[in-house]
Design a protein around this ligand. Structure first.
Ligand code: WT7
Length: 653
């Protein structure tokens, strides 16, 4: 998988910014010092530079109720106006906002003027359906323009959207709908997956079967022509209510701290956290980072972020950041290998994509497929490459640069989280001397440190500690929906109330660059998606044949980590001759149904015991050794030291 020639031609000089790039870059070296000298002043400047306020703010930051922040206090704005209308007013209505590429090869070009009309129609339709300021709208949709229209229509009305990734199950949808008390759900009949239609609305129907649901109407976009069951009075076709609406709508200005969206992410317990973001601060940092980190120049660039809108990357770097900046972007519905393994590169060639943002797991997959696939396409338009979601290993970094970046494009490895709302740690293209594999340093306006076990900051190279953020930032989460205590406990207590604990391990190298080392809690990262071991364990235990389950995130060449499950069966529910392979498959399917296909364990190992400490805590570290095929580490704290031998025996190891 490694290409030995990759690193040979690379030295510090080739990693230093190209002066021609620097000359046109949005980010500058001076910004670091300016932000350091006056943190709030710096952000106030960005707030006014990147956004149009209906009413200017009077206080940049109110941290008096820490850890509950208020940014740009007193300011009023409409987020959708900032992402759409103002570009039309500035004379850029004819600029393409979205080049849509459908899974079926269908395309659609949407200018900013088109976007304004579409968003207005949806806003008018939602109003007719009873959606207003502060209502929650559940969005369960694929990567199609209507999804973007709906998000912006919510923002326009001051309604709070809550997207659930289309790969999540009905059960996952049900918990999220309930937690957010959604009033309306918007979905599609089905979604295209590798050229074939798959039902989508069916999961919404199933989720709403629970008696306690709050959803009054389900708005359905026809996308695949898939048969749907219909609940009269509740279900409404998009085509029956949206196209006939007026394409005009006057946006109202909302408070800077008005909620914009809720997005669920996995925590260390089984219950997902509704991460909640507000308007002015979030949009400021989304736009600012898209400008200085991706170096978007809206007049000339074609930008493409391959994330799904159902994740935070899609929120900040498909919808809010690029559209606030008036950028032109590609929106792609399909998968990288349909109809062929060069599909992404074909799209880059077709639209002359100049800024490309994707995840290491995708890059590693392309490495496996071989560089002769991208070699067949003209990728010379690329001038910035981005990476997000998990650490990018240096081999993947070098491959990405050489074969996708024509050996010249700077790569920005961007560290952030659903909670941080926008990029926090990353090189700035044109400014930073790049270090393959490292996210390098906090961007201007952001402060991070690495702490040891006792909570003391250190700067020694190669010592491993915990990443913390030391100053509030505009796009920070404002809390966990409906659970202020959990917000405080999860992020602001591990090292006291001064430090935001990110949950990631980190170290400095001898140049002072930060390397992110993965989660330090019971959260794993599968293809850049966050999953909690507890959530998968509880899905497994909900199966009638399972007595107990332990799940670990094992290293995986392609996906970064993969869930591996160890289960103990219920003696009364299984027969002696039970076919273990069939049962493993059944349990994997069960997890897929409970959470979603991404959570399906790579392996389900059926064991008779689990390793536990004397206090009854499962020692996942030892199971990880087994799952990763290593010698088993220290077992002295086990209550019963023979357990690991038993496990090895049952697994034939
Ligand atoms: C976790 C956040 C940020 C949007 C996508 C994931 C890991 C993210 C990097 C990176 C190393 C990274 C961290 C973080 N992560 N980006 N560039 N280098 N690790 O958002 O689902 O909220 O997950 O993803 O572990 O805590 P998320």
């Amino acid at each position: 998988m490694t290409d030995d020639s990759l690193s040979t031609h690379l030295d510090r000089a080739t990693l230093e910014p190209d002066p021609a790039f620097t000359a046109q870059a949005n980010g500058t070296q001076d910004m670091y010092a300016a932000a350091e000298a006056d943190h709030e002043g710096f952000w106030a400047e960005q707030g006014r530079k990147y956004l149009t306020w209906a009413k200017d703010f009077d206080t940049t930051l109110d941290w008096s109720q820490a850890p509950f922040a208020q940014w740009f206090v007193g300011g009023e704005l409409n987020v959708a106006y900032n992402c759409v209308d103002r570009h039309v007013e500035a004379g850029n209505g004819d600029r393409v906002a979205i080049h849509f590429e459908g899974d079926q090869g269908d395309t659609r070009t949407i200018t900013y003027a088109d976007l304004q009309r579409e968003v207005n129609k949806v806003a008018n339709a939602l109003t007719e359906l009873g959606v207003g300021k502060g209502d929650t709208v559940m969005i369960y949709m694929p990567m199609i323009p209507e999804t973007v229209f709906t998000m912006l229509a919510c923002a326009r009305l001051g309604a709070i959207h809550s997207l659930v990734f289309g790969g999540f199950s009905a059960e996952a949808l049900h918990t999220r709908i309930n937690d957010a008390q959604a009033k309306i759900a918007v979905t599609t009949d089905g979604q295209w997956r590798r050229g074939k239609p798959a039902p989508l609305k069916a999961a919404v129907d199933e989720a709403l079967e629970h008696a306690d649901n709050t959803v009054e109407k389900v708005l359905v976009v026809k996308r695949t022509g898939t048969d749907v069951t219909w609940t009269e009075g509740r279900d409404i076709w998009w085509d029956d209510v949206v196209p006939g609406q007026s394409d005009e709508h006057t946006p109202e200005a909302f408070d800077s701290e008005h909620p914009l969206f809720i997005l669920y992410t996995s925590g260390t317990t089984g219950k997902p956290k509704g991460i909640f973001h507000t308007s002015g601060g979030y949009l400021t940092q989304a736009a600012y980072t898209n400008a200085i980190v991706h170096d978007v120049h809206p007049e000339t660039d074609v930008y493409w972020c391959t994330a799904d809108v159902g994740w935070v990357t899609g929120h900040s770097y498909i919808v809010y950041g690029p559209l606030a900046n008036g950028a032109t972007q590609v929106l792609y519905e399909g998968t990288p290998d349909t109809p062929h393994q060069g599909r992404w590169w074909e799209i880059i060639e077709k639209y002359k994509v100049s800024i490309f943002y994707t995840a290491p797991t995708a890059i590693r997959t392309f490495m496996k497929w071989g560089h002769d696939i991208p070699d067949k396409f003209d990728l010379s338009s690329i001038r910035v490459l981005g990476s997000v979601g998990e650490p990018i290993n240096p081999e993947a970094w070098l491959w990405y640069r050489k074969y996708i970046g024509s050996d010249k494009a700077p790569i920005v490895d961007t560290w952030w989280q659903t909670e941080t709302g926008a990029i926090m740690i990353s090189p700035l293209p044109g400014v930073t001397t790049l270090e393959p594999g490292s996210a390098q340093k906090p961007i201007p306006g952001i402060s991070a440190e690495i702490l040891d076990d006792e909570g003391n900051p250190f700067t020694e190279a190669e010592k491993v500690g915990y990443l913390v953020l030391t100053k509030p930032w505009p796009s920070m989460l404002r809390g966990i929906w409906g659970d202020p205590d959990r917000y405080r406990d999860t992020y602001w207590s591990r090292f006291g109330p001064k430090y935001y604990f990110a949950g990631d391990g980190a170290k400095y190298d001898e140049r002072g660059n930060i390397w992110l080392l993965g989660r330090v809690d019971d959260v794993m990262n599968v293809s850049g998606h966050r999953l909690s071991t507890a959530e998968i364990e509880s899905a497994l235990v909900s199966h009638p044949k399972v007595a107990e389950a332990a799940v670990v995130g094992a290293n995986d060449e392609t996906t970064g980590q993969a869930p591996v499950a160890f289960v103990i069966l219920r003696a009364d529910a299984v027969s002696d001759g039970e076919d273990k392979d069939a049962l493993s498959a059944e349990l994997r399917g069960h997890v897929g149904k409970e959470i979603g296909p991404i959570a399906k364990p790579r392996n389900v190992m059926i064991v008779s015991e689990l390793p536990k400490t004397r206090s009854g805590k499962i020692m996942r570290r030892l199971l990880k050794d087994v799952a990763e095929g290593r010698d088993i580490g220290d077992t002295t704290t086990l209550a019963d030291s023979s357990v690991m031998n038993l496990i090895k025996e049952t697994l034939g190891g």
